[in-house]
Design a protein around this ligand. Structure first.
Ligand code: PBG
Length: 346
């Protein structure tokens, strides 16, 4: 039977002494050859920058566990977004943060008509128009006094799925009204995509898209994000009751399939590097765009090692984000977006 593989057997085809080593090296000889045959091409178009904006700040506040990342004021956020758009970055995802005294049990400040969510989104939209895709993370943990992503049932102490989903739907409409192009629910509640889609359609925002954090793991790599967002889960708690177990891969495919069936326009896998197998499988499973989130802990590890001179930070950043794309992501949310855009060029 003829072989169906396009790769010749390494042992049978060459008259060249030293084969196959020479053959495999031929196309690696010069930078131009390598460029020509590169299978994965990372470009500025693949990058989305996560940004924090805090209510009541006078000046931007650097986040110590995320070197190069700050909690912004609205004016500094607008300046940063303009800078990123100028570098050719196609999208940002906004994380608005309330004043500590505005946090409560239901995270009511998130959807408040005069709150930071609305003001920040409107300011960004006014500044960049349609030059940049403005995404809004749709979750409550930044706004709840207990730090959970939703409404906690006082009886069980657990997050109440359906009560939470109603709040997400309300928040999504506020975000769409303020100018978000994309709503990105990150709370891992069942049915959140369907509820948000219905609320957007029912409120006159049928063109606002949904990027579902579909396969989001209960990861230890979110630590620096929680510093950046001033989130502490009450009683040393965790999110293992609603985010995925890192030991499970198949479950991610079920989560993704459900979110697409509920109307997700795009799906996300998060974190990125510890779940490249999931990224690859999800890419094969669905036809919608697949995003991966290279999260705060992934960024912080590179920065920390580079600061000590143990690794070449920019080279590792480029290698890691390229690997996420090679695994199958169509775009990557990364705190390296600005730095990479400067290296990659528009
Ligand atoms: C929840 C949310 C989190 C991140 C994005 N959205 C934190 C969490 O689930 O605890 C983490 C992102 C990162 O670590 O960079 N609003």
């Amino acid at each position: 039977m003829p072989s169906t593989s396009s790769t010749p057997s390494l042992s049978s085809t060459s008259a060249t002494p030293g084969y196959p080593i020479r053959r495999l090296r031929r196309l690696r000889r010069t930078p131009a050859l390598r460029r020509l045959v590169a299978q994965t091409r990372l470009g500025v178009d693949d990058l989305v920058a996560p940004l924090f904006v805090a209510d009541g700040l006078e000046t931007p506040r650097p986040v110590s566990s995320l070197p190069g990342v700050s909690q912004h004021t609205i004016p500094s956020l607008v300046a940063e977004v303009r800078r990123l758009a100028g570098l050719g970055i196609p999208g940002v995802i906004l994380f608005p943060l309330p004043r500590t005294e505005d946090k409560d049990a239901t995270g009511s400040a998130a959807a408040s008509p005069d709150g930071i969510t609305r003001r920040a989104l409107e300011a960004v939209r006014d500044a960049v128009g349609d030059d940049l895709v403005v995404m809004a993370d749709c979750c409550l943990d930044e706004f709840t006094d207990h730090g959970h992503c939703g409404i906690v049932d006082p009886g069980t102490g657990e997050v109440d799925n359906d009560a939470t989903v109603e709040h997400y739907a309300e928040l999504a409409v506020v975000q769409a009204k303020a100018g978000a192009d994309v709503i990105a629910p990150s709370g891992m509640m069942d049915g959140q995509v369907a509820a948000i889609r219905a609320a957007l359609d029912g409120s006159g925002y049928p063109t606002t898209a949904v990027l579902a954090y579909a396969a989001k793991y209960a990861s230890a790599l979110y630590g620096p994000f929680r510093d950046a967002a001033d989130v502490t889960i009450v009683g040393g708690g965790d999110r293992k009751g609603y985010q995925q177990d890192p030991r499970n891969g198949r479950e991610a495919l079920l989560e993704v399939a459900l979110d697409v069936a509920e109307g997700a326009d795009m799906v996300m896998v998060k974190p990125a590097l510890t779940y490249l197998d999931v990224v690859a499988e999800v890419r094969r499973l669905v036809d919608v765009p697949v995003a991966a989130y290279h999260v705060s802990g992934e960024y912080a590890m590179v920065k920390a090692a580079a600061e000590r001179g143990w690794i070449d930070g920019p080279a590792v950043a480029l290698e890691q984000i390229t690997a996420v794309k090679r695994a199958g992501a169509d775009f990557v949310l990364t705190y390296f977006a600005g730095e990479l855009a400067e290296v990659l060029g528009a």
